[in-house]
Ligand binder design. Structure first.
Ligand code: VGL
Ligand code: ZN
Length: 197
């Protein structure tokens, strides 16, 4: 049995001065780099939106960032424009060790957001990560990165549902924490049998 470190969205736009900055998002970088050697595989995810993505408030007349809207697949938070493909904001933090086995991009379909590294927010379109991990014989996942209450949360719950043993290492995560989203995420992860350390 092998294990993998899944490093979620450690990108400039989620770090201080970024478009969707997470407080102290950059502080986790050295610790994540130091963990990498302990795993059989290291996978980075990269939020990777086309300009004008449907998760951007700027794509919806009269809407502001952090408002909710109803999409065909359910409720969706509207975000500031962030992680636009090929921009500096979408690049990994400059100090992150990006010598990973795999980089998986998500959120590139214009009409659907993708918090989870496994499924888009329609809950059914796969990213392919499940097949990659299972064909490599990887059973145990440790997740770190940004943001704990969105992309780490949804990735961890999906992974547990797919049968992986999942640990979220909260010391190497930071949260957006809007409207109680962090507490709700921790409850959802515990309910899904994700180990929170
Ligand atoms: C994320 C909001 C929008 C994340 C990505 O990485 O947690 N959050 N896009
Ligand atoms: Zn995004």
């Amino acid at each position: 049995m092998s294990n993998a470190l899944i490093v979620i969205d450690v990108q400039n736009d989620f770090c201080p001065d970024g478009a969707l900055a997470v407080v102290d998002g950059d502080k986790i970088v050295p610790g994540i780099n130091a963990m990498m050697a302990e795993f059989d595989a290291v996978i980075l995810t990269q939020d990777w939106h086309p300009a004008g993505h449907s998760s951007f408030a700027s794509s919806h007349q009269g809407k502001s960032p952090f408002e909710m809207i109803e999409m065909s697949y359910g409720p969706q938070v509207l975000w500031p424009d962030h992680c636009v493909q090929g921009t500096e904001g979408a690049a990994f933090h400059g100090n992150l060790d990006a010598s990973a086995d795999l980089i998986i991009r998500k959120g590139f379909r214009p009409g659907v957001d993708s918090y989870s590294a496994f499924f888009e927010n329609d809950q059914s379109t796969p990213t392919g990560l499940e097949g990659y991990l299972k064909t490599r014989g990887i059973s145990d996942l440790t997740m770190v990165g940004l943001a704990l209450d969105f992309c780490v949360h949804f990735s961890a719950v999906d992974a547990a549902r797919l049968g992986f043993q999942v640990t979220v290492d909260r010391a190497h995560c930071r949260a957006i924490d809007m409207d109680g989203s962090l507490a709700a995420a921790e409850t959802a992860m515990r309910d899904a049998d994700v180990r929170l350390v």
